[in-house]
Design a protein around this ligand. Structure first.
Ligand code: UGA
Length: 434
């Protein structure tokens, strides 16, 4: 099939590359000339495990092309995916200016039937707005479909190639058939393609992310309670997770959820609810809990250092909002850095992938170490903010040698408390008695 993908950000690039990988002819469109040049020359612009290999192969085979011209990009395409940014506006609602701008442009250049697909996470009713924007100038036949993505950063290629489900919100049989054919190779294993109306598909995405965020905030509340009641959240997690109705996944407490999706989507769903005079009470609490959780370690740190952080040095392991990504959007580590600096402390950091991004935002207010052990040199305590695998079984002897005090504040519960304490560490984590 011939496909166009408008927007070569994270979602667009993964989508375009994975569709090319199954033999489709994909043209990606982006207004950023520099990006298009790079991508055309086989230089990948995002970090995502496994993507580069597929990207290079498909660029070489000429199944994956890049252009700055929307007209050129869509002219032969049967399906046009919109994978454009929807940044939150000041009031928390998703800003649709990019999507509607492209829809307007499409209306001026369409010549024959196309399926236009909203791939970005957009509020309920957006497909109707896209339809209206295209219709202003184009009087021919076309369909607007909602096909939300459920990709997790770090495993996006796998999620795309082997999706749990594909959700397609379409109002015409023609569009349903085309979309079904396109996705057939991805669901051979038997996972479902779930067809529904457009509005339900749009809401499905927000409901999925908000539910997952709720699971996390719920467990963070249980962790709070564990600390106060002398229980161990790891045990409680195992105890409840083996019930199929609850499930083992997404029950890990920590220093809050971050990233470009959960915070933005929960907020946007609350906003959408308010617009139809509904107060989505649970989600307000979910956001509230997450705000508090981001700084969960701070009172513990203050208590240990008797409220005097001035001149203390903290080493932070992990900056990305989660492992296997260089993404630092809404990363709890950044909030922590901010608070520590405000309190007059100095901070040295290490992250396997996200250092450059943090440097871009925080600049030279903190020190950037070459590796996880250099980061500890002369520090009064180690703080763990992201659960990268390489932090899980560190060389404790090296930690002891480098740190000034044997103190660890673990925001991701990486270590067995007893074992670390036996090594002589003062060790605090989230929701555990030890
Ligand atoms: C999330 C969803 O998982 C995807 O299905 C969705 O497609 C994507 O948003 C999106 O809307 O585009 P992602 O933001 O990449 O994916 O990250 P997750 O792996 O879901 O993690 C989100 C946050 O929750 C991270 O900060 C992570 O540390 C935190 N988390 C996750 C916990 O604190 N505890 C857990 O048990 C699981």
């Amino acid at each position: 099939m011939k496909i166009a993908v408008v927007g070569t950000g994270y979602v667009g690039l993964v989508t375009g590359t994975c569709f090319a990988e199954t033999g489709n002819d994909v043209t990606c469109v982006d207004i950023d000339k520099g990006k298009v040049e790079k991508l055309s020359n086989g230089q990948i612009t995002i970090y995502e495990p496994g993507l580069e290999k597929l990207f290079l192969r498909n660029v070489k085979e000429e199944r994956l092309r890049f252009t700055t011209s929307l007209e050129d990009g869509i002219k032969d395409a049967e399906i046009i995916f919109l994978a454009l940014p929807t940044p939150p506006g000041e009031d928390g609602s998703a800003d649709l200016k990019y999507i509607l701008g492209v829809a307007d442009h499409l209306g001026k250049i369409l010549k024959d039937y196309k399926v236009i697909v909203d791939k970005s996470t957009v509020p309920v009713g957006t497909a109707e707005k896209v339809h209206a924007a295209v219709s202003k100038n184009y009087k021919g036949e076309f369909d607007v479909v909602s096909n939300p993505e459920f990709l997790r950063e770090g495993v996006a290629v796998d999620d795309f190639m082997k999706p749990d489900r594909v959700v397609i919100g379409a109002s015409s049989e023609r569009a349903r058939k085309l979309m079904g054919d396109l996705y057939a190779p991805f669901v051979r294993s038997g996972n479902p393609v779930i067809y529904m109306d457009v509005r339900s598909a749009e809401l499905t995405k927000y409901a999925a992310n908000s539910f997952l965020a709720t699971k996390i905030s719920f467990m963070n509340e249980v962790a709070q309670l564990c600390e106060r009641l002398g229980a161990d959240v790891d045990m409680v997690r195992r105890g409840i997770g083996s019930d199929d109705r609850i499930g083992k996944r997404f029950l890990f407490p920590g220093i809050g959820y971050g990233g470009s999706c959960f915070p933005k989507d929960v907020q946007a769903l609350v906003k959408s609810s308010n617009e139809v005079d509904y107060d989505f009470r649970i989600l307000n609490a979910v956001m509230d809990v997450n705000e508090r959780q981001k700084l969960h370690l701070l009172p513990k740190i203050r208590k240990y250092f008797k409220d005097d952080l001035k001149g203390k040095k903290f080493a932070i392991w992990g900056l990305a909002f989660k492992p296997n990504t260089d993404d630092i959007r809404e990363a709890p580590a950044l909030y922590m850095i901010d608070e520590l600096l405000k309190a007059g402390a100095t901070v040295s950091v290490f992250d396997p992938e996200a250092m450059a991004n943090v440097k871009g935002v925080v600049g030279d207010k903190i020190q950037y170490a070459d590796n996880q052990y250099d980061c500890l040199e002369g520090a009064d305590a180690l703080i763990i903010a992201t659960e990268w695998n390489e932090f899980r079984t560190p060389n404790f002897l090296k930690i002891v040698t480098a740190l000034k005090n044997k103190v660890i504040f673990d925001g991701r519960n990486l270590f067995e408390g007893d074992a670390v304490k036996e090594l002589g560490f003062y060790y605090e984590s989230v929701g555990r008695a030890t």
